[in-house]
Ligand binder design. Structure first.
Ligand code: GLP
Length: 245
């Protein structure tokens, strides 16, 4: 079975710098790379660091294409809390193109299937950054998501809705659209970001436990180019022999 690379860094800022290094290196190797960028609070420091490097001329995202990996089903792209609104607010980098599913698509099932097709036609992810939910989700593949799951409409887990309630001003949507586990695992390289004590249990289950639908992030064990970037707190529950940095 392929072995995942685990890098344990000191702080969340170190994780952001290391993630930015990997993105910028990927773009130096392939200027028109296709990137997958997650939402959530974890990658914000990475996006700020990438913006700083782009401003300083140290990194060039201008020819890259970005695809979001999931979205809520919500009234419009400007509804606060949606991933579209998140990218608009937080992604100061300007890629050649930024694709995000439409929260208000009239037929979300068809829409997310077409979105996954568009990603495939663009060549698929060269580099996919992922976060992980406290319940072990990746994108909106909640616990119970099989290895072979494809892009689809999902019912969001109560803990996911709770995490996003404030962003939606009280109540997060009940459903979302997500690339499936199988779609994510088609990326040529995957980097998972996790920081903070609240992620320690999910990280340990994904890295040390069996590959199981109960912990969707554990399916990453079946990919042969996955790097976990963790700070000390997120790595705290790992079996010691896994930490490689
Ligand atoms: C969300 C998103 C994921 C994200 C994860 C972790 O629900 N759909 O893409 O990676 O949860 O979020 P956070 O970084 O805020 O903990």
């Amino acid at each position: 079975m392929p072995r995942m690379r685990i890098e344990v860094l000191e702080t969340a800022e170190d994780v952001a710098r290391r993630a930015a290094d990997i993105v910028c290196d990927a773009l130096r190797a392939k200027a028109d790379a296709v990137l997958g960028l997650p939402t959530g609070s974890t990658p914000l420091a990475t996006y700020a660091e990438l913006a700083r490097r782009c401003d300083a001329g140290e990194c060039d995202l201008s020819r890259a294409t970005v695809f979001a990996i999931d979205e809520f089903i919500a009234p419009s792209r400007t509804t606060p809390g949606t991933n579209s609104a998140y990218y608009h607010a937080h992604l100061r980098i300007r890629p050649r193109a930024l694709h995000c599913p439409d929260p208000a698509a009239s037929n979300p099932d068809e829409h997310i299937a077409a979105y996954a097709d568009a990603l495939r036609r663009a060549g698929g992810f060269d580099l996919l950054l992922l976060g992980v939910g406290t319940n072990g989700h990746i994108a909106f593949n909640e616990p119970g998501s099989p290895r072979e799951s494809r892009a689809r409409v999902v019912t969001l887990a109560p803990e996911t809705r709770a995490a996003y309630a404030a962003a939606f001003g009280g109540q997060a949507p009940e459903r979302g659209m997500t690339l499936g586990v199988a779609d994510l695992l088609e990326a040529r390289r995957i980097v998972v970001l996790a920081t903070g004590a609240s992620k320690a249990a999910a990280v340990a289950a994904a890295v040390d436990g069996p590959a199981t639908a109960a912990v969707p992030a554990s399916w990453l064990r079946e990919h042969d180019a996955v790097t976990w970037l963790l700070n000390r707190e997120a790595a705290a529950a790992l079996r010691a022999n896994n930490a490689s940095a």
